[in-house]
Write a protein of this length. Structure first.
Lengths: 218, 218
DNA sequence: ATTGACACGTGAAGC
DNA sequence: TGCTTCACGTGTCAA
């Protein structure tokens, strides 16, 4: 803003003062050709680059009302908003269905004995359910989870976290004495800043959903 | 502030206009001031509008590498691509779960486009299916497997190997570019001596079984 | 001093 | 004919 004012002001002054020399600089051709031609080329490239980007953007947006620059960006904005809304809705629907599916599986799955066994063995060994979330970057988290070893428990955890927009950089799973330890480096799939506490609660809910198939974690 | 700018600008233009009539020496009609000033205002509005749109766009994109115009649009492009991919994946997962819920219980592994996508992406990245087995002790093997990332693929692998009498000391799973790398240290559950080549063939069979789940469309 | 990015004013082209 | 949009060359600032 200050740049704008200053620039305007200065250009104005220059215009005033240098009107005699002329803005086009008719007399100094060599000077203009030297140090302005570079700027000219650079500016040309910059414009072309920006135009290309705009073209790509236009190619990505399905609904375009007009070919204008501003309208292209506007359509892109509305499209992004639509996409974000869609993702949100889809995540919710997916979560609902997952809860239903997990509850059904929990009823039918004959692995309940395994789970009970695992829980007993885990308890006997003094291993506690544990969730630990540490921020290691702006959009990366390190996650450590200990819970009762159960058929499909790992898969459920992975899928639930994927549904909530996490991307797995690396995952390590170890099972011992009826417990399952999952330590993972995850990344927000949109590059958004991740909330540690929120993620922790989410994980707890997921684990509870894994342990007792009737709870909902939406 | 805009008024200020405009005022400054206009005064400047007036200065320039008055001088330009004599400077250019061209056909300086009387409407030069009028026409130019109108075009100037319009152009100014256009630029400001475009800048505002760009600002809004920047506000919508979560991850911005740079404040440049071109990079803003570029980031918006990548963001849109991510969103599109996410919507696609979420829709497929949702579709999967719906099929799973509607179909009979007990049937697992509904194949979907996710696998095909993963296979394509994996192929495109030049990643090959790979199985490596190394003996690290009398009854311990180190196993490395690369195969197409697929829903439940890891679980299937684990369960199949468990069924064949392997105990998992430690397992590491990494997914990237449509491929899944599982490297694991396993132990014969009875302390038997393990045959490397036999284990390798077993793993290959398991992986083929994972891949072999047939396609169902939604 | 050099480079990249920006806003500016202006001429030209399309409705 | 006017109005709008675009690309251009340029001056200026910051790194």
């Amino acid at each position: 803003m200050e740049h704008l004012d200053t620039a305007l002001d200065e250009s104005c002054i220059i215009e005033e003062g240098s009107t005699s020399t002329g803005r086009m600089g008719r007399r100094s051709y060599d000077d203009t050709k030297e140090h302005k031609s570079k700027n000219l080329h650079a500016e040309r490239r910059r414009r072309q680059k920006l135009s290309d980007r705009l073209l790509k953007l236009r190619a990505l947006v399905p609904r375009i009302t007009n070919m204008n620059k501003a309208t292209i960006i506007e359509d892109a904005i509305t499209y992004i908003q639509e996409l974000q809304k869609n993702v949100k809705i889809l995540q919710e629907q997916l979560c609902e269905l997952e809860v239903e599916a997990s509850s059904e599986v929990g009823e039918i799955n004959p692995a309940s004995k395994v789970k009970v066994e695992a829980a007993e063995e885990m308890k006997k060994s003094g291993i506690q359910v544990e969730v630990e979330v540490t921020q290691i970057d702006r959009d990366k988290l390190w996650v450590k989870v200990i819970f009762e070893k159960k058929r499909g428990g790992f898969t459920t955890l992975m899928e639930a976290m994927s549904a909530f927009g996490f991307e797995f950089i690396n995952t390590n799973v170890t099972t011992s004495k009826g417990a399952m330890l999952v330590s993972s480096c995850v990344k927000g799939i949109y590059g958004e800043k991740l909330a540690v506490q929120q993620t922790r609660e989410l994980l707890l809910q997921i684990i509870n959903g894994v342990d007792q198939s009737n709870s909902e974690y939406c």
